[in-house]
Design a protein around this ligand. Structure first.
Ligand SMILES: [Zn+2]
Length: 83
């Protein structure tokens, strides 16, 4: 059971993402922040892009541009190490 983001949290996260895009143009971080803003607009923000599970509010607060749940992130990190 994970707690969903409140409208206020979402608003704060959107501000953080917009700041990343403005402050670090052309970086990977800005790219992932832009993608997160797009997911926010389409209502998909806060859900893992791999498995569709809800990402915890605490994880999103720490890494607002995160697109994967902890499980998928761990799998991806393993793949990256193998590559
Ligand atoms: Zn996932």
């Amino acid at each position: 059971m994970s707690e969903s983001l409140t409208a206020q949290q979402l608003l704060r996260i959107r501000g953080k993402l917009e700041a990343i895009v403005a402050d670090q143009p052309g970086t990977k971080h800005a790219d992932s922040a832009t993608a997160a803003l797009q997911r926010m607009r389409s209502g998909e923000y806060g859900y893992c892009i791999e498995c569709g599970d809800e990402i915890s509010a605490a994880r999103l607060a720490a890494r607002p541009d995160v697109a994967l749940c902890v499980d998928c992130q761990a799998l991806k990190d393993e793949e990256d190490e193998d590559a």
